[in-house]
Structures are given as C-alpha cells and as structure tokens.
Design a protein. Structure first.
Length: 311
C-alpha cells in the first residue's frame, strides 16, 4: 500500500538561476514521479533561498533607480518566488507524468504560513538568502541597503534575515482536499509566505520561514506517513569531513538529540533538517522522516539508503 509523503526539495533541486531552474526541475520531476509511480500520494514543498534573494535584489535595484517606487516587502518577494518556482515545477512534473501515462493533475498553491510576531527569531536574523557574494560586494550592498550580510559556510557572503518557526498553514484544508482527489500539490514553497494573525485576518510580515520546518508542519497537518527532506548528501554524517566520519542509516530522536548536543550538525544547513526530522518522527507513532539525495528518494522510501529518523 502506498504512503502519503511530503517531499521537501532542497536548493540543489531547483538551480541558482532562471536558466538553471528550467533544467533542474526536469530531473527533479523524474525523481518525484518515481515516488508517484510506486503508488504513493505525494505533496511537494521546496526552498527558495537563491530565488527570493534574487527577486528582492531586483526589486531593491528598481527602487534605487525610481525613487517613486515603493520598497517591495520580503514576504511579497516570497510570494513571487512561490509562483514562478511552482510554475516550472508543475509543468515539468505534469510532462513527466504524462510521459509515463500517469493521469494526475498537478497544481501549485500560493501558501501562507502563520508565525508569531513575538518570535525571538526577529531579534536574531539567521537565515541566508540570495546568491553568494564576495566580502567587498556584501559590504557595498550593506552600505546601500542596511541589509545584514554575513559569511555563509565558507562559500561567500549572503544576506541574513529572521527565520521564525511556523505555527499554522492558512490553506491547509485546500491542500488536503486537492491531495485527497489525487492531485499532486506543490505547497509551502520557500517555507510559505509568512503572515501574522490580527483581528481575525492575516497580514504579511518580513522574514523567511525555514522550508524544512514548514514541510514538517505540513506533513503533520496532512497526517503524512513520511517526510522526505532532500539535500546534497545521501546520508547524514557525524564528524563530517573528519577522519572518523560516520554516515548514519537509522537513528532515533534520542540519538539525534545527543548529536545535536555535540554540535555535529551545521546551523542553517543540516541542523534544521535533523531537527525537523526529529519533530516529525516524535509527532505520532509510526511516522518516519528520511534525509537523502533527490535521486535516492525512491531507494530511501524502500529502506535501501538515506538516513531514517524514527522511534
């Protein structure tokens, strides 16, 4: 019997530019179609770090050139990224399913995710967005815009923004209803458009929600059997890139807590993936989270590879 699976796509599944994305989604669609062809119900979420940064920089440049142009809020840039990433993904996936003679509708839901305005994350920006820059480029942008620019994992400098925890998904009933009809739904793109609740309504707030935590909440609220977090490595490692490096196949939440205490996982990289996986595994008996490569997703579901987090 097939599983209900939420798949959280990492940045490597989408490329770093419009051209790269158009090519990357073809490979991504093939891996997702493998899961669908095996009889699973699949809901797709994805990141947007490079894309939302690119859009935000473009809109800021427009405002710099046209003083009458209003600044574009970051949450609006997030909505733009959801739509254009979803467009490429749904078209590629629709074509891939058609080529396999699988008759399924595919659609993207522009998804709002509720956060708290009191979340301490707003006092400590930790989420990198945009492309990697040299120190000189970063300093120039910081001087012009006031953005917080920091070095990111030895690969260059990026803008850092607040990343509060997701608390609710506004469109969850729509996502669930469409998925129940057999539609492949793309939702919570980029972690969702961050909103806060005020007087019975919602309004956008400037931040970026971590896509792994948003995907975990989505998986919980849809009562999924499995959460697959796709990344740039086949398995999670402890003592990463050291002589005593060890790749992990099956771990419990207790194991993960010990490794987190030992600071085995890099903040902003593997740490939120492991934390999200643990939260999902602990949320209900029988749930499993899997962390692996995109192209190994199907093998991971069948237990052949990847790091599985379960009780």
């Amino acid at each position: 019997m097939g599983k209900r699976i939420v798949v959280a796509l990492g940045g490597n599944a989408l490329g770093q530019s419009l051209k790269e994305q158009a090519e990357a989604v073809k490979f991504t669609a093939s891996a997702i179609a493998d899961l669908i062809e095996a009889g699973n119900e699949v809901i797709v979420a994805h990141g947007n770090g490079p894309q939302v940064g690119m859009i935000n920089n473009a809109m800021a440049a427009l405002c710099h050139e046209d003083k009458d142009q209003d600044q574009t809020p970051l949450y609006v840039c997030g909505a733009m990224s959801q739509a254009y990433i979803g467009l490429d993904l749904q078209n590629a996936l629709r074509d891939e399913l058609k080529n396999r003679d699988i008759r399924k509708n595919v659609c993207t839901i522009v998804t709002e995710v509720v956060v708290s305005a009191e979340d301490p994350a707003f006092q400590n920006p930790t989420k990198p967005i945009g492309k990697f820059l040299s120190k000189e480029e970063a300093e120039e942008i910081a001087a012009k815009t006031g953005y917080i620019m920091k070095e990111d994992a030895g690969r260059g400098y990026r803008r850092y923004v607040p990343s509060p925890l997701p608390r609710d998904i506004v469109e969850i009933d729509t996502i669930h209803g469409l998925s129940e009809t057999g539609t492949v739904v793309i939702a919570c793109g980029g972690g969702g458009i961050p909103v806060v609740r005020e007087n019975g309504s919602v309004k956008g707030i400037d931040c970026v929600i971590d896509k792994d935590f948003a995907s975990e909440l989505l998986a919980e609220m849809l009562d999924a059997d499995m959460l697959i977090i796709l990344t740039a490595v086949e398995k999670v490692a402890i003592n990463f890139r050291k002589e005593n490096e060890e790749w992990l196949s099956d771990i419990t939440p207790a194991d993960a807590a010990r490794y987190i205490e030992e600071k085995q996982f890099a903040p902003g990289s593997m740490l939120p993936k492991v934390q999200a996986a643990v939260k999902f595994a602990e949320s209900k008996e029988g749930r499993t989270a899997l962390i692996t490569l995109l192209e190994k997703a199907a093998d991971g579901v069948s237990g052949k590879t990847g790091t599985r987090v379960h009780i």
